[in-house]
Design a protein around this ligand. Structure first.
Ligand code: AMP
Length: 223
């Protein structure tokens, strides 16, 4: 037994996956693998992959499965992932889910758990449309629920706060539709295999973290 843990954290855009994945990963000695963050990093670095993904992301559509699986394959071997990983925003298609199983199998590992954060659609639109992000350090704010001290300026680094291009209202609608169409089958896939644990995401951030902690199995649960 490796003592490594691999956990998928699912949920619609705006469910708070990123925040929760960071917390859970840190507490459990795992790394967080967010394919959205990896793509945004590639875009910021101006790599060919980033340039190719940009249009797709702006439209709220899904980047191809082979690109995504290639990114994950690379990151899994990083030293910070030696205790396992929490996947955020991945897998989003059944082929990605199967691909992940393959990547883990190559390393003699298996997926341990799938958690899904559930939030009503009206709440998601409110959350995403008010979301702002620091252009410099990436810190997240919300114009109503977690504003910066000075409007448009990051409390942490003084950077400019902007709206992510894919948080524009028309893109939010598309992202939710894509989630329903393409990602719902992933839930079914997992329900039929490792099992899925639902987490109520329509509560304060700390309460969601607590709910996730309660459901997480310890790394060596099997003894
Ligand atoms: P996120 O930050 O997870 O909401 O991702 C932002 C955007 O990146 C998505 O709307 C997609 O265009 C792209 N993306 C992120 N992760 C994936 C994935 N696993 N599969 C396909 N596209 C993805």
């Amino acid at each position: 037994m490796s003592g490594r843990r691999y956990v998928v954290l699912m949920g619609p855009p705006g469910a708070g996956k990123g925040t929760q994945a960071s917390r859970v990963a840190e507490e459990g000695g795992m790394c967080k693998i967010s394919t959205g963050d990896l793509l945004r990093e590639a875009l910021a670095a101006g790599t060919e992959l980033g340039r190719k993904a940009e249009k797709t992301m702006k439209a709220g559509e899904l980047v191809s499965d082979d690109v995504i699986l290639g990114l994950v394959d690379e990151v899994l071997d990083r030293s910070e992932c030696s205790g396992g990983a929490v996947f955020d925003g991945f897998p989003r298609t059944v082929d990605q889910a199967r691909g992940l199983e393959g990547l883990l199998a190559q390393r003699g590992e298996t997926l341990d758990q799938v958690l899904i954060i559930e939030v009503p659609e009206t709440e998601i639109v409110t959350r995403l449309s008010g979301r702002r992000v620091c252009k410099t350090c990436g810190k997240l704010y919300h114009i109503s629920f977690g504003p910066s001290r000075q409007e448009g300026v990051c409390d942490a680094c003084g950077g400019e706060l902007v709206q992510r291009p894919d948080d524009a209202p028309e893109t939010i609608t598309r992202r939710l539709a894509v989630y329903a169409e393409e990602t719902a089958p992933v839930r079914e896939h997992y329900a039929a295999t490792v099992g899925v644990t639902a987490i109520d995401g329509d509560q304060p951030i700390d309460a969601v973290t607590e709910a996730i902690r309660r459901e997480l199995q310890p790394a060596d649960a099997e003894g």
